[in-house]
Design a protein. Structure first.
Length: 413
């Protein structure tokens, strides 16, 4: 057996959740070791838009200033374009994202995912956590006295921490080995994304969202020269962005008739892969067993059409940190409040994402007419709008806003 100092906490996964939790626990004087299978963080087309409520979580964690200093980019305006509204009308109804400051929130923050991961790993190291990369053959044995085994540089290692945190993403090894059941919604649509440089001419403060023809499009600037682009499309069109020329076809799809200036996006230069993935939600009823707790995507993720992934993860980190510092027993009872809060939080976000998917990622004449009708009804306050939850957090709106019958009403239109 190889030897490292036996830590109190082992965190599996050195991405956003793992790096953030390692940092804040190490700052509190807890011995933490981070285990990560990759040698470098790469662009996987995931999580680069942080909602105002997520920004607030980074402030509570004491991480916001570091993110800002490393290139975090605040957005100022949102415009919803599309073939269900003319461009002039859309531009006369922008959402002022800076107005969230009046509610105690900063505007959305954008940052490249690998850069954020590297920053948080560096903060964890600086705070006293140990980071071991290139880990293979991971084994996690849950229980009152958990055990972790892995190989590193050809040597087998064993830890006996007080607790193991699974922060290892959607295909979590920790979740599988701990026997924690994951629930999964059916796939409604597919989503493709790509980072694009050379977007001079596109306003650096403007994010957009909308549906045209057979795509739902989203764009989030990270600077005056870089924008993260996304497209939602039907599962019946699953080969749309497959093949060796998928980057060119993806960019060409952003020559949008309904969006003035979209050529500045379409003429950009790919700065990362063009990847597609399903939109389905996943969740766990109780993201813990004795000796193991899950956070972030390992505990369940939300449909990315509403961009809540980073915010969900930072709240997970904040709640788990607070509970671990308040009660040093770290038994399942310690984490029950986290499970209860997360269960309802994810239910509400799941409903919010489903309304967005039905409205914006279904295509054709009937779908366009439905979007127009729902907009009119919302202006008359005769149809519930849970959109604010995606900015200020799902707990802010009244519980009755998240009645599951809203989905039946939408489908009936």
């Amino acid at each position: 057996m190889g030897t490292h100092t036996n830590p109190e906490v082992v965190i599996v996964g050195a991405g956003i959740g793992g790096g953030a939790l390692a940092t804040v626990l190490a700052r509190a004087g807890i011995a933490v070791t981070l285990l990560e299978k990759s040698l470098v963080h790469v662009d996987q087309v995931r999580g680069e838009w942080l909602a105002p409520w997520g920004v607030a979580e980074t402030q509570r964690l004491g991480l916001y200033e570091a993110l800002l200093a490393a290139g975090g980019h605040h957005l100022g305006r949102h415009i919803s374009y599309g073939d269900d509204i003319d461009a002039a009308t859309a531009e006369s109804q922008p959402l002022d994202l800076m107005a969230f400051e009046g509610l105690g929130f900063k505007s959305p923050l954008c940052m490249r995912h690998p850069v954020m991961c590297d920053l948080l790993d560096a903060e964890a190291n600086k705070s006293g956590a140990e980071l071991i990369r290139g880990v293979t053959d991971l084994q996690v044995m849950p229980g009152a006295a958990p055990e972790v085994r892995f190989r590193h540089d050809g040597v087998e290692h064993k830890f006996n921490p007080r607790i193991v945190i699974g922060a290892d993403g959607r295909n979590s090894t920790v979740r599988a080995q701990a026997g924690i059941e994951q629930h999964r919604d059916p796939t409604h649509h597919l989503m493709a994304g790509m980072l694009v440089d050379g977007t001079t001419g596109w306003p650096a403060d403007l994010q957009i969202f909308g549906t045209e023809a057979r795509i739902n499009f989203l764009a989030f600037p990270q600077s005056s020269e870089r924008v993260r682009l996304y497209i939602c499309y039907g599962i019946d069109d699953k080969r749309r962005f497959a093949g060796t020329d998928n980057q060119a076809r993806f960019l060409d799809a952003f020559r949008l008739a309904t969006v003035p200036g979209s050529q500045h996006l379409a003429n950009g230069v790919p700065s990362g892969p063009c990847n597609s993935y399903g939109n389905e939600d996943t969740w766990t009823d109780a993201p813990y067993v004795p000796g193991v707790v899950l956070i972030g995507d390992a505990a369940g993720h939300n449909d990315p059409i509403i961009g809540q992934g980073l915010s969900i993860t930072y709240r997970d980190v904040r709640i788990v940190r607070d509970l671990m510092l308040e009660n040093r027993s770290w038994t399942p009872d310690t984490f029950r409040p986290y499970a209860e809060e997360r269960r309802e939080r994810m239910r509400r976000l799941r409903l919010a994402a489903s309304t967005f998917s039905i409205l914006n990622a279904e295509f054709g004449d009937h779908a366009r007419e439905r979007r127009m009708r729902v907009r009119e009804e919302r202006m008359r306050n005769s149809f519930p709008d849970v959109t604010p939850a995606t900015f200020v957090g799902p707990e802010v709106l009244p519980a009755e806003m998240f009645d599951e019958t809203i989905l039946d009403r939408l489908r009936a239109i």
